[in-house]
Design a protein around this ligand. Sequence first.
Ligand code: NDP
Ligand code: AOF
Ligand code: ZN
Length: 348
Amino acid sequence: MKDQKYLEMAMDQAKKGLGQTWQNPLVGAVIVKNDQVLAKGYHRRFGEKHAEIDAISHLKNEKEATGATIYVTLEPCSHQGKTPPCVNKIIELGFKRVVIGQIDPNPQVSGKSVERMKQHGIQVTNLDNSKSLNPAYNFYFKNGRPLITLKYAMSLDGKINQKSGYRTKLTGKYTFKDTQKLRLMNQAILIGENTLKIDDPKLTVRTNPLFPPYRVVLIHDSRELNLQQSIFKSEGPTYILTNYKNEQHLPENVHVVVDETWTPKKIIDFLTKQGIQSLLIEGGSHIHADFVKSGLVDQLIAYVAPKLIGGSGLPSVFGQGISEMLDFKIEKISQLGSDLKVFAKRVY
Ligand SMILES: NC(=O)C1=CN([C@@H]2O[C@H](COP(=O)(O)OP(=O)(O)OC[C@H]3O[C@@H](n4cnc5c(N)ncnc54)[C@H](OP(=O)(O)O)[C@@H]3O)[C@@H](O)[C@H]2O)C=CC1
Ligand SMILES: Nc1c(N[C@@H]2O[C@H](COP(=O)(O)O)[C@@H](O)[C@H]2O)[nH]c(=O)[nH]c1=O
Ligand SMILES: [Zn+2]
């Protein structure tokens, strides 16, 4: 019971790092002795101290760690990365017990620290219930590709615009806020050529996070790029996946990557190589259909606006068909102002 309480405290610590840890996981730690919390900490920023070391730095004196229990939401690391291995510090300070929220799926660590701590006589308990903190991190190491979320705003009759070639504002301010949070939680955002040309989106997170998501645009001929578009006037790594090279001088943050055909599988392989753990697909209808056809959709978020469009508006997914439907489980339905949000997870 108490273990669970302290681990939840460590999870609350971990959440404070949201949007700052980039491709590293959210991790929190709490140090407890005689049922008293001595210190708390979390991984504040990519490249900086890990959660355990942050918590240790908040002890009045490192000697307090002797005989104490440390609750960490992720197995401590055992490798020399941007910082030294945390497991060494835990052993050196004489912690009696380590309670972890999950084994680290990162193959550089996975299970190695638990073994080492046990060899040094430290009691280790794995509560195995903190995976929800880092869904994309866990998915990436388990499946060797990013977690893919398809997201769109649609009318009650399932349309994403009023007619071809138009941008239609469908949802309200609460949905806007929610989509901003969604962008913050994803490491890359993908859009198709028509969406770029018609919507002229910035694809930024308005709070200017330290590590903005990669913006990825699929366009047949990059020579058609219009540098006056908003995406080229804002910062953040931008990848143009195209069939033809662009010879014009592009902003430094814009990278053109040429391939004969960019299938969803190739796009995902490309992002996996960049270490991208989560991808948000933000339109339009034809790009959605390509990913659905490839079976490359793990989660779906549909914002439903209380409007009827009728006529020739584009459906949320439109293009080449599939022979078998993809199954999803509805996880949550919530109301955002006058809109509805449906969150569903793929059933494999
Ligand atoms: N409500 C919402 O949530 C959203 C609505 N929208 C709306 O959707 C509309 C745009 O959607 P849609 O017309 O479907 O266009 P998309 O943005 O999905 O772009 C699709 C087009 O991209 C081209 N393309 C370029 N490279 C590739 C590639 N490698 N693979 C496949 N296709 C490629 C294709 O052109 P080609 O056909 O020539 O091969 C394809 O038709 C706009 O009106 C926009 O406002 C957009 C985003 C979100
Ligand atoms: N405890 C813990 C992590 N633990 C491990 O360290 C790896 C990142 O190492 P590095 O990039 O060198 O900082 C990460 O993938 C995970 O395996 N990482 C973190 O960023 N924060 C932390 O609190
Ligand atoms: Zn560490």
